[in-house]
Ligand binder design. Structure first.
Ligand SMILES: COc1cc(COC(=O)c2cn[nH]c2)cc(-c2cccnc2)c1
Length: 248
């Protein structure tokens, strides 16, 4: 997968050089290119924003600068097919594991994190005639810029790419992974030492009885989900629980 990010804060994307995404880049599984939007300005102050038509607070990012930048990114990928443009915004489609899976199947993502009040609408309207466009929200709050959202989306997508997660970290039983049972939150996890600050481990986990352990984990996940995200319970398919139990 190729990922391009156009931003006025390239240093904000430094975390893409470390950990999971960093290793995937070294291995060649991911080709990540970060571009400074100001490269495509032509004035002395490298201006990327201007006052909003219709008045109102804040500034809007200029369409001409974004257009030149995205055209340059497009030109650098001639023959690689059209990318999907991903614009993090509070007014976008909620980013979920399902959308992460959808984006992980794309060969090329171009991220356009905005600052200020956003990007002139005509940029998205123009690119939507040539590229797939995903306006994506990572949550119901307003950030000063979309760069943090690019880090979140990139990590959630990268870990789904083949070979990116080591054997130790498996996403097979991910919370939110498509599939009725897996829409539960993760239950509690434990590791050595067996006693820590006078706290032991739930007996069932030491029993070696895999069926009982799986049922206990399912029940704990259900309990946690009911407490923190009852909305996810409604999406579960009871038949999947029976199937899960029958497989124990
Ligand atoms: C593309 O337009 C944007 C993008 C962003 C940055 O992304 C987020 O905040 C976000 C992404 N998921 N959840 C939050 C911020 C605004 C904005 C809106 C109103 C006032 N101030 C700023 C507009």
């Amino acid at each position: 997968m190729r990922i391009d990010v156009v931003t006025i804060f390239p240093e904000y994307l430094e975390p893409l050089n470390v950990s999971l995404v960093g290793k995937a880049r070294v291995r060649g599984t991911l080709d990540v290119r970060v571009h400074d939007l100001r490269e495509w300005t032509h004035d002395r102050h490298n201006t990327v924003d201007d006052t909003p038509y219709g008045g109102g607070p804040g500034m809007v990012m200029k369409p001409d600068v974004w257009g030149e930048a995205l055209d340059a990114v497009a030109a650098s990928g001639e023959g690689e097919g059209a990318p999907a443009l991903v614009v993090p915004t509070p007014s976008g489609r909620s980013f979920t594991q399902e959308l992460a899976v959808e984006l992980a199947a794309k060969p090329w993502l171009v991220f356009a994190p905005a600052r200020y009040e956003g990007i002139d609408r005509r940029v998205i309207d123009d690119y939507a005639t040539r590229w797939e466009v995903h306006e994506v929200s990572i949550g119901d709050y307003v950030l000063a810029g979309g760069e943090a959202a690019v880090l979140v989306i990139t990590e959630a997508v990268a870990r789904l790419l083949p070979g990116v997660l080591g054997n130790a970290e498996s996403h097979r039983d991910d919370s939110f992974a498509p599939g009725a049972m897996a829409d539960l939150l993760e239950g509690p996890v434990y590791t050595k030492p067996p006693v820590w600050r006078e706290r032991g481990i739930p007996e069932v986990l030491l029993s070696g009885h895999h069926g009982r352990i799986a049922r206990w984990r399912r029940d704990e996940a259900f309990r946690r989900t009911a407490a923190h995200r009852p909305d996810l319970i409604e999406r579960c398919d009871p038949a999947a629980f029976d199937k899960h139990d029958r497989a124990l």
